[in-house]
Design a protein around this ligand. Structure first.
Ligand code: FEO
Length: 391
């Protein structure tokens, strides 16, 4: 594919990874992804903003084949899916200087063995003149590494944001449609950005006033109407949770499932929305995305030895790390002889700022009386939601 012009003298030269299905050996990629790299040609100087995943170095180099000179390579984020082709780029353009944030200097040295005089840390707010095109560097740390920065192309009003506002979406569109982008960007926010909510607020406050006309992240298509993604991020960060209970569950012999079925019906009867996630084979991205809006999580699990089922341990570990704005937490636990699973659930979620709701503990197959306790749990949850204005 040839370079695609985003603005006069500004070209998308990255790669679309249509077939990748997992990221970081963890995150499912149902829709592939892309590694975006942008070439900015001024009258005097040329800059390349980010590179691509090493698997796609040849794609990037092919798209740069007609470029005689690169004066600067801007590394907005050192993670290898964006910087991994840097050594090859520097081999082809040996006079290029690498510009990055102060915190990226060490990471470039340790992660890519790129260091020395060719690397220069730019200041927050520093401007670089390319000749009719000015790049302004804006430190936007902790999205999702400490060294991340954005770059504002002043004359063309394009904001390059590294992973921030990204989406794992392989598409032939250079500029994305909002309907297609919203779920992909939300999923990406949930998986990657949600743990950094407090830093993201500051970064948003910094970049939104720039008034960019285009936002060009390093994954997924460009945003033609930046307010769309600013508003979405504000909602995901600070909007109230929805009247929604997320029920991740595991069942081995049907006992837990019986409680999940009962709870689902009881909550729906009380006007509460439910999202059930059978952790056997669940796409963890779905769990992360559901947590963006959930007011309550009810973990439903059998006891294996003395712990929750390992799939539940993994899911709760993830939920704890993602730090969603969940308000309430409860559990439904089945057991044969050990009642300690609930303590492990509490420990695993100790990082969540939640009010704990009395769990339902059942030895073996739930009886009719024990299923009534599930109804009572639904009563409490619906009441808590109503108390905080979620209806
Ligand atoms: Fe897309 Fe944090 O790398």
């Amino acid at each position: 594919m040839k370079p695609r012009e985003l603005r006069p003298g500004v070209y998308a030269v990255g790669a679309v990874d249509w077939d990748r299905r997992v990221f970081d050996s963890l995150i499912p990629l149902p829709d592939g992804t892309s590694y975006n790299s942008y070439l900015v040609q001024g009258a005097d100087k040329t800059a390349l903003i980010d590179t691509v995943d090493p698997k796609f170095t040849s794609v990037l180099m092919d798209r740069l084949s007609g470029v005689d000179r690169i004066d600067y390579v801007i590394v907005q984020h050192v993670e290898q899916d964006h910087s991994g082709s840097l050594p090859v780029v520097l081999g082809r353009f040996p006079d290029a200087q690498v510009l990055c944030s102060a915190r990226a200097v060490d990471l470039l040295s340790t992660h890519l063995h790129v260091s020395g005089d060719i690397v220069r840390a730019v200041e927050d707010g520093e401007e670089l003149a390319l000749g009719g095109k000015t790049l302004r560097f804006v430190y936007t740390p902790w999205v999702h590494w400490p060294e991340t920065m954005s770059t504002f192309l002043v004359e063309d009003s394009v904001l390059f944001t590294a992973d921030m506002f990204g989406s794992h979406l392989a598409t032939s569109d250079l500029i994305g449609g909002e309907e297609e982008l919203y779920p992909a960007a939300k999923r990406y926010f949930a998986e990657i950005m949600m743990p950094f909510r407090s830093m993201l607020r500051k970064d948003l406050d910094k970049v939104e006033p720039l008034g960019a006309e285009l936002i060009a992240p390093s994954h997924g298509p460009v945003y033609g109407h930046p307010q769309f993604i600013f508003d979405a991020y504000r909602d995901w960060l600070d909007g109230p949770p929805h009247n929604l209970v997320v029920v991740p569950f595991v069942t081995m012999h049907g006992s837990t499932l019986a409680m999940v079925d009962r709870l689902t019906g009881a909550l729906v009867d009380r006007g509460v929305k439910v999202e059930r996630l059978d952790l056997q084979g669940v796409d963890l991205g779905r769990l992360a995305t559901a947590l963006v809006d959930a007011a309550t999580v009810v973990a439903a699990t059998p006891t294996v030895m003395t712990h929750p089922h390992p799939l539940m341990v993994s899911a709760l570990y993830l939920a704890n790390e993602l730090k969603p704005k969940v308000r309430f937490l409860s559990a439904m636990v089945t057991y044969g002889w050990a009642t300690s699973a609930i303590e492990h659930i509490t420990d695993l979620t100790s990082g969540l700022k939640v009010e704990l709701i009395e769990p339902v503990m059942v030895k073996g197959l739930p009886t009719a009386e024990e299923l009534e306790k599930v109804d009572a749990l639904a009563d409490v949850i619906a009441g808590k939601h109503a108390e905080v204005g979620l209806t």
